[in-house]
Design a binder for this molecule. Structure first.
Ligand SMILES: [Zn+2]
Length: 379
């Protein structure tokens, strides 16, 4: 069995080990060492990355109690220098320790359990088995960050036999074998196999960025440590860009967007009224059995409104919008004829698609203005 160096010191970045075996698996190689500081994926924490000699370790996993380093190329048996991607590992330690604090605080506050934990590339999610109110969430976030500011040591305990009963700890599953507890005095005590920072101050900020319903409880997304800083930087840039576009202060952008939306609603309303006036003007001199109007630049909605207005003056009113190159959108309205029949022949003769109700159909055709006009002259 590999000696797990990360349980002695979670800050080991480089070490020398003996390569015991190197087995091809697909395009990768599974390397076993006599001792390793690489943490294998488990308990919600991803496997470590780095190098064994000049082979890249792309993941570390555990199978039947043994640590397997997944490498991109083979490694010679014997002595090898090993190096962790410690930036990656440290971000994972910050996230894991931050999650323990947050889950511990929620557990004390709401009496509920963490029933799921996922440490993603860009954020952490934690699932709880009861509903948590926005006020409780805000308070849990505040208390978590207070625990960070107090810079409390994070220690591992290995109780044995009767000693185990002394501890009231959180655990997602029954543990057989040696119990390992991660203790953050006054905040949390949890069974855990993962790696943690030495002091809570190293975690940095713990920010709950969103909460959504999940089964009978909630899923909370957290930004912790370096990743929280990256998230803040991105959101800050985004707010400043919006603030510049709206000529509003950064803390007044929501208000500015509301004003902009109200303005747009007024403009849309005014635009619709003006279009109706325009259509009325255009339809002034139209009369007879049928009409086929080309209103280029109009939307499908415009075609419908215009055709409906024209149907007061003629039996069959058709409005087309588009071009010979791009095709045309159409609306056909009639108070007396079944438009669906007209639509079938129109689609067949002008390479079109669409349909609707007896009094109104909508669709599009790939045909020239000339062939559309010919069709309407012949119905
Ligand atoms: Zn843990």
């Amino acid at each position: 069995m590999t000696e797990r160096l990360y349980y002695k010191d979670q800050y080991i970045k480089e070490f020398t080990a003996q390569v015991i075996s190197c087995t091809a698996n697909g395009s990768n190689f599974e390397v076993v060492l006599d001792k390793s500081a690489f943490f294998p994926e488990g308990g919600g924490q991803p496997g470590d990355k780095g190098f064994i000699a000049d082979a890249q370790v792309i993941d570390t996993i555990e199978k039947d109690g043994e640590v397997y380093h997944i490498c991109n190329k083979s490694v010679n048996l014997g002595k090898a220098d090993c190096k962790l991607d410690f930036d990656y590992r440290f971000a994972n330690m910050q996230q894991h320790s931050g999650e323990h604090i947050f889950s511990g605080v929620i557990h004390s506050m709401c009496g509920c359990d963490n029933v799921g934990f996922h440490m993603g590339e860009n954020y952490v999610t934690v699932d709880f088995n009861t509903v948590i109110t926005p006020d409780q969430l805000a308070e849990a976030e505040r208390l978590s960050n207070e625990a960070v500011f107090r810079n409390i040591p994070i220690v591992s305990l290995y109780p044995i036999g009767k000693e185990v009963e002394k501890y009231n700890y959180r655990s997602k599953k029954e543990i057989d074998g040696q119990l390992r507890l991660t203790q953050i005095e006054g905040v949390d005590l949890c069974a855990c196999c993962g790696t943690h920072v030495r002091l809570t101050g190293e975690i940095g900020i713990i920010k709950a960025v969103s909460m959504a319903k999940n089964k009978s409880g909630v899923r909370i997304t957290l930004q912790i440590g370096r990743k929280a800083l990256a998230d803040y930087t991105e959101k800050n840039a985004s707010v400043h860009a919006i603030s510049n576009l709206l000529c509003a202060k950064t803390d007044e952008v929501a208000e500015a967007v509301e004003k902009l939306q109200a303005k747009m609603r007024d403009a849309d309303f005014r635009y619709a009224a003006l279009k109706k006036e325009l259509f009325a003007e255009k339809s002034k001199n139209i009369s007879g059995e049928k009409c086929c109007i080309f209103d280029n630049g109009g939307s499908a909605d415009d075609a419908r409104v215009f055709a409906d207005m024209l149907a007061d003056k003629v039996k069959i009113a058709a409005v087309f919008s588009g071009s010979d190159e791009d095709g045309y959108k159409y609306a056909v309205v009639s108070r007396t004829e079944d438009c669906r029949e007209i639509g079938k022949s129109l689609n067949a003769s002008c390479n079109g698609r669409g349909g609707g109700k007896p009094d109104m159909i909508q669709g599009s055709v790939s045909a020239t203005k000339e062939s559309i006009e010919n069709f309407f002259n012949n119905i």
